[in-house]
Design a protein. Structure first.
Ligand SMILES: CCCCCCCCCC/C=C/CC(=O)SCCNC(=O)CCNC(=O)[C@H](O)C(C)(C)COP(=O)(O)OP(=O)(O)OC[C@H]1O[C@@H](n2cnc3c(N)ncnc32)[C@H](O)[C@@H]1OP(=O)(O)O
Length: 363
């Protein structure tokens, strides 16, 4: 026999009434439905005067009840019992935490991308290589950001798996030279870099970096394009561009002086000064530092709370902040990418990369 064909007894109704109190907040729309069915089941058709237009809450309740028209009391009681039973079973199944492997989005080899609690988490996943960013990883991060910009999550997080956040550009990207030659490789890499950074400039939702460990190179510079940066006390921030015969990217030539002042920015971007998490926080690059022992727990508790804020309001606030600067950031990104295209062809850069790859040098 179907549920609707059964008649809910007074006992079923009373048990649904007590069950509803134990449910996870089902949201305003469902609460209004429950209210209306309860009133109809206990008092019959709506019999009170319509509240004034400014009495928003009571008017919404009245509208929901009134919309049930002359629905018989018994049917309203049955519908109430059915609705609560549906909510109980879905809240039972959603309270069972699925293992990460089940929640993982397919199609990524260098990342683990998951969506849960209105948060899309993009995790760089080459821990054995300190999450160094290969050409494939640049492309997958762009894909993941584009997908996250359209999914129903409220906020997006970038983080790293293992002991590093990321060691920046994978220096073996310099070794895979196509038959067309190094100039062509430099040209296509500059386009890739520009497109990669544009994805961060244009990302429409709140974007949070969860910096779980040391960060190097481009993984540091793009932090200036995030809305919030949480760091473990173990994290460090290092941009050794001159050591590598290179120059800043990720719009850091603009965002860093703006965030920390020109003198501190120059020490990082020209002289490659490595900052501790506490220093990066004092200079405004990092929002907050958490002790490494409680980092994940504290950060994710905070993020889960933020993800419950009204998503459209957060998105609009971000856009109002970002839109003023978007064109400027895009122009800076294009200029930085052009400068690097030349740098990559220099002896200074070639020697530094070869020294690392032949293990004569480390940062
Ligand atoms: C023709 C032009 C083509 C260019 C294409 C580029 C496209 C866009 C470019 C955007 C520009 C970005 C600029 C930057 O990001 S600059 C920063 C570059 N990063 C580095 O210089 C870091 C180099 N790594 C290190 O110094 C050290 O590895 C470390 C991070 C300090 C960690 O040291 P530790 O001793 O703890 O660990 P290991 O060195 O043993 O590392 C473990 C293994 O991981 C490999 N590894 C680590 N980082 C990188 C890296 N960035 N690139 C490649 N490989 C990396 C390391 O070699 C070890 O591998 P192994 O176990 O196989 O030996």
């Amino acid at each position: 026999m179907s549920k609707t064909a059964m008649r809910a007894s007074q006992k079923d109704f009373e048990s649904a009434l007590s069950q509803v109190k134990r449910l996870k907040d089902p949201g305003n729309e469902v609460k209004l439905k429950l209210y209306a069915l309860y009133k109809q089941a206990t008092e019959g058709p709506c019999n009170t005067p319509k509240p004034g237009v400014f009495d928003l809450i009571n008017k919404a309740k009245w509208d929901a009840w009134n919309a049930l028209g002359s629905l018989p009391k018994e049917t309203a009681r049955q519908n109430y019992v059915d609705l609560v039973s549906g909510l109980s079973s879905s809240s039972d199944s959603s309270s069972q935490v699925k293992p990460e492997a089940d929640r993982k989005q397919p199609g990524y080899e260098t990342l683990v991308v998951t969506s849960e609690d209105s948060i899309t988490k993009i995790m760089m996943n080459r821990p054995a290589k300190k999450n160094a960013i290969t050409i494939q990883m640049y492309n997958e991060i762009m894909l993941a950001l584009k997908a996250a910009s359209k999914d129903d999550s409220a906020i997006t997080v970038l983080t790293g798996n293992g002991d590093y956040y990321s060691s920046g550009n994978d220096l073996s990207n310099f070794t895979d030279i196509p038959p067309e030659g190094i100039e062509e490789k430099a040209k296509s890499s500059a386009i890739l870099l520009r497109d990669f950074v544009d994805c961060f400039i244009d990302f429409p939702k709140p974007l949070i970096a969860v910096v779980n460990g040391p960060a190097v190179g481009i993984s540091v510079t793009i932090l200036g394009l995030f809305d919030t940066v949480y760091a473990s006390s173990r994290a460090t921030f290092h941009t050794p561009f001159s050591h590598l015969g290179q120059s800043p990217e990720g719009c850091s030539s603009y965002t860093f002086p703006k965030i920390m002042g020109p003198a501190k920015a120059a020490e990082m971007l020209i002289f490659g000064k490595k900052l501790t998490a506490a220093e990066a926080c004092a200079q405004g690059l990092v929002t907050e530092v958490f002790p490494d022992s409680t980092f994940q727990k504290e950060v994710w508790t905070r993020l889960k709370a933020y993800s419950k804020l009204p998503p459209n309001a957060m998105r609009i606030s971000k856009q109002v902040i970002r839109n003023r600067e978007k064109e400027k950031l895009r122009a800076i990104n294009a200029e930085e990418s052009r400068a690097l295209q030349e740098r990559w062809l220099s002896d200074e850069c070639t020697n530094a990369v070869m020294n690392f790859l032949t293990r004569k040098a480390k940062l």
